[in-house]
Design a protein around this ligand. Structure first.
Ligand SMILES: Nc1nc2c(ncn2[C@@H]2O[C@H](COP(=O)(O)OP(=O)(O)OP(=O)(O)O)[C@@H](O)[C@H]2O)c(=O)[nH]1
Ligand SMILES: [Mg+2]
Length: 332
């Protein structure tokens, strides 16, 4: 098989092979299919941590410090920086790569930036595939960072076992901004820059918001619960200083506690089911769309005739769609 050499090297923990394969799955969905099929059995060992926060909230600094802690524990860490807002890998992320460069020499951290280059099958699909490659490569912890807060994060974080949102002391604007979507899947709220004035007030604000939204505590992780009626995890709040590492011990304890919770309650296997379900749906959508496009391209004359019939009103678009579905060999 075309990629078997690279895959063998990947499974041996070869960094270059991981980088090459990631580039391939990002750019070629057919190749992605071949690659993921053959590495799938070697995946499922990584713990995935999703991290988001407004620009400037300190995500890069926070991730650096957190990664350092994991490395000290002897872990191998993968970091995927996803930017759904940028059509190309932006300067900020490149800057991050340079700032984080110290890790490259350690051979224990693999950093990759991904932007929304209109990936076939979507950015979430590409991210899922990159996660699997890093998992097979031997990363025990995979950190997925996204910029900003919105629906795209919710899709990207579908695979994350723990979701962390970074907020900073000051006006409550960032709280308002995260209310839509991401809120329901947040497991840990981190008030970063605790050395700034107002950190405690921010903690209180978050706590108030969680309580005000009366049923929130019981509805947390709602998006994941929808199908599986999971036991709710009341979100934790912790303040840290990412520059000095202050309170990271506490943070690590909370992360451990969350992992323990997921395992004790069996929630973790529900996450996996949910993830497989949504991932398969995405793949199906893409495959069916491609099949339809291929069919239309190779039956242009016939399609033209049907279009004319619709114009003449002897056919309507719904019936035409049914005919195409029949042509695909799928019964309605
Ligand atoms: N005082 C203080 N400064 C911090 C802390 N964490 C981050 N910073 C500073 O905040 C600024 C922004 O930090 P970044 O880590 O680049 O933030 P970011 O969220 O990655 O920013 P973007 O990538 O632009 O979205 C930098 O100047 C950091 O040094 C902290 O805990 N305390
Ligand atoms: Mg950054």
């Amino acid at each position: 098989m075309e990629y078997s050499n690279l895959i063998t090297k990947l499974l041996e923990g070869n960094t270059r092979a991981a980088a090459r394969l990631i580039t391939i799955v990002e750019n070629d969905i057919d190749a992605a299919e071949t690659i993921i099929k053959s590495i799938y059995k070697s995946t499922g060992n990584a713990y995935i941590l999703g991290i988001t926060g407004a620009p400037g909230s300190g995500k890069s600094t926070f991730i650096s410090t957190l990664t350092n802690t994991f490395i000290e524990q002897g872990r191998k860490v993968g970091i995927i920086c996803v930017d759904p807002t940028s059509p190309i890998t932006g300067g900020a992320l490149l800057g991050d790569r340079i700032r984080m460069k110290q890790y490259f020499t350690l051979d224990r951290v693999f950093i990759r930036s991904m932007a929304n280059r209109g990936q076939l099958g979507g950015l979430a699909r590409a991210t899922e595939d990159v996660i699997k490659i890093l998992d097979a490569y031997g990363c025990e912890i995979i950190i997925v960072e996204t910029v900003g807060v919105g629906q795209s994060e919710v899709d990207i974080f579908k695979s994350a076992e723990t979701v962390i949102v970074l907020l900073v002391p000051g006006l409550g604007d960032d709280i308002q901004a995260i209310k839509a979507g991401i809120m329901e899947i947040t497991d840990i709220f981190v008030v970063n820059k605790m050395d700034f004035p107002g950190a405690d007030r921010k903690v209180a604000e978050i706590s108030q918001m969680l309580e005000l939204n009366s049923s929130f505590k019981y509805q947390s992780n709602q998006l994941r619960e929808e199908y599986f009626k999971l036991v709710a995890w009341p979100p934790e709040i912790v303040k840290v200083n990412s520059k000095t590492g202050e309170n990271f011990k506490e943070l690590i304890e909370i992360i451990k506690k969350h992992i323990q919770f997921l395992e004790d309650t069996g929630v973790i296997s529900n996450y996996l089911k949910n993830r497989i379900k949504s991932e398969t749906l995405q793949i199906l959508k893409h495959k069916l769309q491609k099949k339809v496009e291929d069919l239309i391209n190779s039956n242009q004359e016939k399609i033209e005739q049907y279009i004319n019939k619709v114009i003449e009103k002897s056919l309507d678009p719904y019936s035409m769609a049914d005919i195409i579905i029949k042509m695909l060999g799928i019964e309605k």
